[in-house]
Design a protein around this ligand. Structure first.
Ligand SMILES: [Zn+2]
Length: 239
């Protein structure tokens, strides 16, 4: 490959038990067959024992959706190095307004459940509940019922996910703005873009230096990115 600098010495991988964080995140995304399953795998990779203990669960799939969605926002910020944002155009004046979606802007999660009558209540759903209910509201209600007679309205009252209308005001004219957001979908879309960048870096370095994927995944994230940029900016390095 003409014009390239001499191949850097491959990093030592022997004895390393945990791959670098971004490569592990990409692997977690691959392990999920649906958006919910991907979100669960990402959280299983990301959440600390302390976060699980705070919700008194041992598996991230069993975190209440309100907690899980907020933790996904943290994963996004750590992996991409920036806060997740939404930008909407004002229907009145045309001004663009950007809303940050981060822990301090979406509000803290409070554990919740509802008492719906004698011997009846409902708890907040988890990602595992949503996955197993497979879009059937009655199945979801049955999974979250505590007692015999809660309704879907009761369920909606205890559900604290970050999915639904986001209300703010226009930066230009102050008119009320409403944007429908789905934090899980937005976070997974951002992480999937990041995964594509990692795949590109791996492809570039494997082609240029002949390293195997495990060797490249073992590089520190910043170094892998610098080397891929170096190779791709070299006129003889690609294509
Ligand atoms: Zn406006």
């Amino acid at each position: 490959m003409a014009g390239l600098p001499a191949a850097p010495r491959p990093p030592e991988t022997a004895g390393r038990s945990a791959p670098p964080r971004l490569a592990a995140l990409a692997a977690a995304l691959d392990d999920g067959g649906s958006a919910l399953a991907q979100a669960i795998e990402v959280l299983r990779w990301a959440v600390t024992d302390a976060a699980l203990a705070a919700s008194a669960v041992s598996d991230a799939a069993d975190l209440p959706v309100g907690v899980a969605d907020r933790l996904l926002l943290d994963v996004y910020e750590r992996a991409l190095g920036r806060v997740l944002e939404r930008t909407v155009a004002c229907p009145e004046c045309g001004e663009w307004t950007t809303f940050p979606l981060a822990g301090d802007t979406v509000g803290e999660h409070w554990p919740r459940s509802a008492w719906c009558g004698p011997g009846a209540g409902v708890r907040e759903p988890t990602y595992a509940d949503l996955l197993l209910a497979a879009g059937d509201p009655a199945a979801l209600l049955a999974r979250c019922a505590v007692g015999s007679t809660p309704t879907l309205t009761d369920l909606a009252a205890v559900e604290a996910s970050l999915c639904g209308p986001l209300r703010s005001s226009c930066a230009g004219c102050g008119v009320a703005l409403v944007d429908d957001v789905d934090v899980m979908g937005l976070v997974l879309a951002g992480l999937t873009e990041l995964q594509a960048e990692l795949d590109w870096e791996l492809h570039v370095l494997a082609t240029a230096y002949g390293w195997d994927p495990e060797t490249i995944d073992a590089l520190p994230d910043a170094r892998r990115r610098r080397l891929a940029d170096l190779v791709s900016s070299d006129p003889g390095g690609r294509g």
